[in-house]
Design a protein around this ligand. Structure first.
Ligand code: SF4
Length: 197
């Protein structure tokens, strides 16, 4: 990890910009390859993440890891994962506007440093905060958008797939598109045993 990324991490781990700092156990900076070409953005840490200090390690994270593995992606090599807010909102409520406004500058700095070619927006909160409040995940999942001058794909949050398994099929089609784009933009030989073409 570069010195500037280390400095940013140290600053974020000490952040008290919003009241979520009062109830958190851990600040979840994010994890993955700091030079990844795919940057995945979720909503915020859940209970397990807040206790363990890592992003996406609860049931939703396990499902996300399975989807990434089917795409031929790993956290270590291909992606960096972070959230709209880096501290857990109590009872997993949607983050309040003053919390997202306080926290988003951290995410913007992370994006500039990682400098990915592709952003994946997990669920409505990530979509609305990064692309605008008028966007709808039900309508726009699977469509390429431009977010902060980068290509971005909204997909359903893995927690939505756990609540409603009918969303798994359209979500898989969306991830196939992400793999195809990755082959076009990053690595034409990228291997996925499930997505050949
Ligand atoms: S949620 Fe973000 S802005 Fe609020 S205290 Fe945590 S790191 Fe700071």
């Amino acid at each position: 990890m570069s010195a500037s990324f280390d400095r940013l991490k140290a600053e974020i781990l000490n952040c008290h910009r919003c009241t979520l700092s009062k109830t958190r156990n851990h600040v979840i900076f994010g994890e993955g390859n700091p030079n990844a070409e795919i940057f995945i953005i979720g909503e915020g840490p859940g209970k397990v993440e807040d206790l363990k200090g890592r992003p996406f390690v609860g049931p939703s994270g396990q499902l996300l890891d399975k989807i990434l593995a089917a795409c031929g992606f790993s956290r270590e090599k291909h992606v960096f994962i972070s959230n709209i807010v880096k501290c857990r909102p109590p009872n997993n409520r949607i983050p309040a506007i003053e919390e997202t406004q306080a926290c988003l500058p951290w995410l913007y700095e992370q994006l500039e440093m990682v400098d990915p070619k592709i952003i994946v927006l997990l669920g409505a909160t990530a979509l609305k905060n990064m692309a605008g409040n008028h966007h709808r995940i039900t309508r726009e999942h699977g469509q390429w958008l431009t977010v902060r001058n980068r290509l971005a794909m909204p997909v359903y949050h893995p927690s939505a797939l756990l609540r409603d398994p009918r969303l798994k099929r359209p979500t898989w089609e969306d991830y196939k598109n992400i793999v195809r784009k990755y082959r076009q933009m990053v690595d034409r030989d990228h291997f996925s045993s499930f997505i050949r073409e």
